[in-house]
Design a binder for this molecule. Structure first.
Ligand SMILES: O=C(O)CCC(=O)C(=O)O
Length: 284
């Protein structure tokens, strides 16, 4: 069931975590897929976007990326947070400005995955595009998404959508199966790359996918992306979905003081996509 030895150090706020397997009968995934997600913490779902939606989404996200790139190039050292010109750019909350991104976040092919793995009441928690550039090939190190911002319940879902083919050579995701069951790990910052929960994993698996397909993984599944050693930009759009009622925890985990809690329900970008298992077609 769990092929990977435990690697990493548990986060101080992760005291009584117990992995919850999805209980509802799946409506899009097969039983084998939900069992595999339960055991390994990830799976590939092919053809989440059709060709026309993919083209429309890429056109709008390319325009946002151009703005993000110009912004980063105007900063000291061409850097802003983890974005660096010619290396990698992160651009958050496309749903605020892109009609296609909003539509994609509520597509049945997406909300069905949410239903099968976290439903029945689900909100968009976060969305961002990540473009990996070939001029400065770099890895994005092993991390859990809940290692960046600690949210509770710790268990939510990331849908990493490829806008163009994601290959080992251009920086597709790699995943560490089984470790999601441990809960959130402690992360440390590795300059200039980002937070890291471990340097390597003995059971690491590459997850190359074609454009329009998705690597779906838990917020607790350690993943990395490799350097882009090709000549073209690798483009991904990441959607994260959480059970309604999710809270961000803020504070110093090493202080021993209880963290402050912040409900995540911004109506403009953290809208419900499923209520009682039913898809919601407009912002709620
Ligand atoms: O897409 C990438 O290259 C890395 C993005 C990632 O892992 C993340 O945003 O959590």
């Amino acid at each position: 069931m769990n092929p990977a030895p435990f690697v990493g150090v548990r986060h101080p706020w992760c005291t009584d975590f117990e992995w919850q397997r999805a209980k509802q009968p799946p409506r899009r995934l097969t039983d084998a897929q939900t069992r595999s997600f339960d055991a390994d913490g990830w799976l590939i779902v092919e053809d989440v976007l059709d060709a026309s939606t993919l083209a429309d989404l890429t056109a709008q996200l390319d325009a946002l990326e151009a703005e993000a790139d110009a912004f980063v190039r105007a900063q000291p050292d061409d850097r802003f947070v983890l974005s660096e010109a010619d290396a990698i750019t992160f651009s958050t909350h496309a749903v605020l400005t892109s009609e296609v991104a909003r539509r994609v976040s509520r597509l049945e092919s997406i909300t069905d995955i949410c239903h099968d793995l976290i439903g029945p009441d689900v909100r968009l928690y976060w969305d961002q595009l990540v473009y990996k550039k070939p001029q400065k090939p770099r890895e994005f190190p092993w991390h859990q998404d809940n290692g960046y911002t600690f949210i509770e319940p710790q268990q939510y879902l990331t849908i990493w959508l490829a806008l163009n083919d994601a290959t080992v050579d251009n920086g597709c995701p790699w995943v560490a199966p089984g470790t999601h069951r441990t809960g959130t790990l402690t992360h440390t910052y590795v300059h200039p790359l980002g937070l890291q929960c471990f340097a390597d994993h003995p059971a690491a698996i590459a997850a190359p996918i074609s454009a329009g397909s998705a690597v779906v993984f838990s917020s607790l599944t350690p993943h990395r992306t490799g350097p882009n050693t090709t000549e073209a930009v690798r483009k991904a759009y990441i959607l994260q979905f959480a059970p309604d009622g999710v809270e961000v925890l803020r504070g110093d985990p090493s202080s021993g003081s209880p963290p402050a809690r912040e409900l995540q329900n911004d109506p403009d970008r953290q809208y419900l996509v499923l209520r009682d298992g039913h898809r919601i077609d407009s912002a709620a």
